[in-house]
Design a protein. Sequence first.
Length: 372
Amino acid sequence: MKPETLAVHAARAPEPASGAVAPSIQLSTTFERAADGSYPHGYYYGRTDNPTRHALEQAIAALEGGAAAACFASGTAASMAAFSLLERGDHVVAPSECYHGTSKQLKELVTRMGVSVSFVETGDLRAIEAAWTPATRMLWIETPSNPRLFITDIAAAARLTRSRGGLLACDSTFATPVLQQPLALGADMVMHSSTKFLAGHSDVIGGALVVRESGPVLERLRDYQVQGGAVPSPFDCWLTRRSMMTLPYRVRAQSSNALAVARFLERQARVQQVFYPGLPSHPGHELAARQMSAFGSMISITIDGDAEAALAVAARVRLFTRATSLGSVESLIEHRASMEGPGTPTPANLLRLSIGLEHPDDLIEDLAQAMR
Ligand code: PLP
C-alpha cells in the first residue's frame, strides 16, 4: 500500500462496539483480569501497553515498513532507549553534526554508562571505517542532519555496519517515512522525534523507534520502554495518529514550499550560503536525490556577517515565528547557535528555517522584507 493509504488506514478501523469512525482515546490505566487470572484482551497496565498507543505504534511501523515500533514520551527518550542497547565497554560511532540534544546525550549520559563514543562525519564512509573498533556495536546516523542538512548514504552505512556485525540506527526525523525509508535501505532501526512532522502541529512531544525485524533487539527496546517508563500519554498518541493521516500531503507540500524558498534565498546578497539538499549547490544533493523522494522542509542559511546580523534578520520577520522546533504547519525561524549554547559547531551566523504550509510567495515576501 502507498503511504497516503497507510497514513489513513493503518491500525485504524471503525470500532466494533459503537461503529465510531474516529477512534476513541483509551485513558484507562488498568485492564480487567478474567476470573482465571488471565488478561483476555491482551492489556493489563497502561505503562506496559494501551490500545491508543498500540494503534499509533502499528501505524508508524507500517509507514516505515518495519516489524514493530515503540513510542516514547519524546524523541530524546526514544534515542536514549536505542542507546540503552549498549553496554559497558561498548563503542558507538555517531555524527559530528546531529541534533545537539543527541550529541549531549551521547557525551554525557551514554558515556556515563561506560560506553565510548566517536563523533565523525558520517557522510564520509572512510571516516566511519577509521573510527570503527572491535568494541563498536552501533552506528548512529542522522540524515538529513540538524541543522546543516548533511546527508549520509544509508545503504552504504548499512553494508558497512552489517559487515562488521553492528547495528545501524537512523534518526530520520527531518525526512519522515514519506520521503525516506531507512529500513528498506538496510538500517536496523529508525528513530523519530514525532514532536516534529508526525504530530506536525506544534502541540505534542513524542518519539518513536521502529525496528526492521522482531527479535532480541525489539524485546530489549520494549523492556526499556516499560521499565524506563518514558511512555507517551494516550492523548498524545491519539493526537499524533490523527495528524499522521495528513502526513504525506503535509510533507510534500512543505517540501515543495521549501524548494521555492531555498531557490529564492540562494539569490540573496545577504545570504552567504544556503543549506538545502534540494539545491544542486548542496554537497549532498545527488545522494539525497537517490535516497529521498523529495528534499524536506528544513533549510539553514548563513547570513553575511556575525551572530548579530543573523539575529537582526530573525528579528524582522512577520509571518515566520521565532521559535525552536520544526516540522509543523507554521513556518519557524531560529538562531540555532544561541539555542545550542557554548561550544556548538553550528556557525554563529546561521538561521534555521522550518517551512510550513503557508503560500511560498508570502514566505518569500516576508524573508525579502526582513533582509531589506
Ligand atoms: N532528533 C532530531 C533530528 C531533532 O530535531 C530533535 C528535536 O529537535 C530530536 C531528535 C529530539 O526530539 P524531542 O524534542 O522530541 O525530544
